[in-house]
Design a protein around this ligand. Structure first.
Ligand SMILES: O=C(CO)[C@H](O)[C@H](O)COP(=O)(O)O
Length: 227
């Protein structure tokens, strides 16, 4: 996976049909998705439960782009190997998930994945400064993690702008996650984000038997950021 600063749309399968992940992923990739975003929730770090490494391994067989795994779990370290073996290309852990983030990021890279660091909306950028050499992606949460379909938190636009300044010319992706639509996406790409996670805005109106709306929704986000 080489570094590329162009805008990438990463549909979150949290908004897909859970009984049909394989077909949903193939449909959304055929309709123009650049990456596939996989939300892992533990019912402890966030108030919702999704799935673990075996489901990720099953999902990975259907992904031909980039498998972007967002771990909303605590602790993280005991599960890194399992998610790497399940096929994660990017493995993102939350700064708030433990006291030893540097060690966690080292372990993620050591397991052969790109290392992602996610920040909750209330988390500042101070602690990120000393981790910049350890990360390939920083995910700025634009909703409180746990559920799809929430409202975009506008204060995160300024955070992304400051983060892009802090990153400078380092090869680090800025990903944004939550409430991304054709209205909010351009605010974030102008501020410096390049990976746009979108669940409800991509999957709305479509299904595996009628996937054309997925393409229309992806193109609407792309057109908004290009304009
Ligand atoms: O991480 C997440 C929730 O914790 C989801 O990826 C995110 O909320 C995307 O959903 P939507 O685009 O519907 O807001």
């Amino acid at each position: 996976m080489s570094f590329d600063r162009s805008v990438k749309i990463a549909p979150s399968i949290l908004s897909a049909d859970f009984a049909n992940f394989g077909q949903e992923i193939e449909a959304v990739e055929a309709q123009g998705a650049d990456w596939i975003h996989v939300d892992v929730m533990d019912g402890h770090f966030v108030p919702n439960l999704t799935f673990g490494p075996p489901m990720c391994a099953a999902i990975a067989k259907h992904i031909n782009t980039v498998m972007d795994v967002h771990l909303m779990i605590a602790p993280v370290d005991p599960y890194i190997e399992a998610f790497a073996e399940a096929g994660a290309d990017v493995l993102t852990a939350h700064l708030e998930a433990g006291a030893h983030t540097h060690r966690t990021l080292q372990a993620i890279r050591g397991a052969g994945c790109k290392a992602g660091l996610a920040l909750n909306p209330a988390t500042g950028l101070e602690e990120v400064e000393y981790l910049l050499d350890m990360v390939d992606l920083i995910c700025v949460m634009t909703v409180n993690p746990g559920f799809g379909g929430q409202k975009f938190i506008h204060s995160q636009v300024e955070k992304v702008r400051r983060l892009r300044e802090m990153i400078g010319d380092r090869p680090i992706h800025i990903e944004i996650d939550g409430g991304i639509t054709p209205e909010t996406a351009p605010l974030m790409t102008q501020a410096g984000a390049d990976v746009l996670v979108a669940g409800s805005a991509v999957f709305k109106g479509g299904s595996v038997s009628d996937p054309a709306p997925y393409g229309e929704n992806i193109r609407a986000i792309r057109a908004a950021v290009a304009g």
